[in-house]
Design a protein. Structure first.
Length: 210
């Protein structure tokens, strides 16, 4: 479920280097995020994705949103009142073009950052570049947030991300979704000024607002 606060979630310096962070229950990386630690303390919350201006919370199958939502809302409001950073991070973004990147890798990163990521984030998730195999032409990516476990995620990857990469970069022959060791709802804490549908073909089913 995607939660939309009325203020930015990530600080400007962190948002400048990363579009978001994914934390799972039991993940030591969550120690870097005061906000994620709060949300993961809620019973039946399985993972948290912290984006620039939204938070996506995933639950276990036996959890009920009617019970979880008030706790999420309360923890987010408490975190804002405390004034702490959502994530302590100074690492480069996955799409930062490095000196040793090939021309193809640089193009892949640019396309993900400029065209693909904004559309995926509109749905409460994110997509991260994880590598490119020059011999096979396969791009490795990782989905996070509401895209994880979403029934339409495979369609999004194949019909949207893969087709776009292959269209603009002939060297790309396919993609591989890397998974790490469900709902598709959107819960608005406030009313965003712009809630347009994400561009096609990266979205295959309508958003649900509660």
């Amino acid at each position: 479920m995607k939660f939309l606060p009325s203020r930015p979630v990530l600080s400007e310096d962190v948002a400048a280097t990363s579009s978001g962070f994914h934390f799972a229950r039991g993940d030591k990386e969550a120690l870097r995020s005061p906000l994620a630690k709060k949300l993961l303390s809620i019973e039946h919350v399985s993972s948290v994705f912290v984006g620039k201006d939204f938070v996506t919370v995933s639950k276990t199958n036996d959890g009920a949103w009617t019970v979880i939502k008030p706790f999420v809302f309360s923890h987010i409001m408490d975190w804002y009142s405390e004034g702490t950073s959502a994530v302590e991070d100074d690492r480069p973004s996955d799409t930062t073009i490095l000196d040793d990147d090939s021309e193809v890798v640089a193009l892949i990163k640019e396309l993900i950052e400029a065209r693909i990521r904004p559309a995926v984030q509109e749905d409460g998730g994110d997509i991260f570049f994880r590598g490119y195999d020059e011999q096979t032409g396969v791009v490795s990516v990782e989905l996070a947030g509401s895209c994880v476990g979403c029934p339409s995620s495979s369609v999004t990857l194949r019909n949207g991300v893969e087709n776009m990469l292959m269209h603009y970069i002939p060297e790309v022959k396919g993609i591989d979704n890397v998974t790490r060791d469900d709902d598709d709802d959107v819960f608005k804490l406030t009313f965003p000024t712009n809630d347009d549908d994400p561009p096609q073909p990266l979205k295959d089913d309508p958003r649900v607002s509660l």
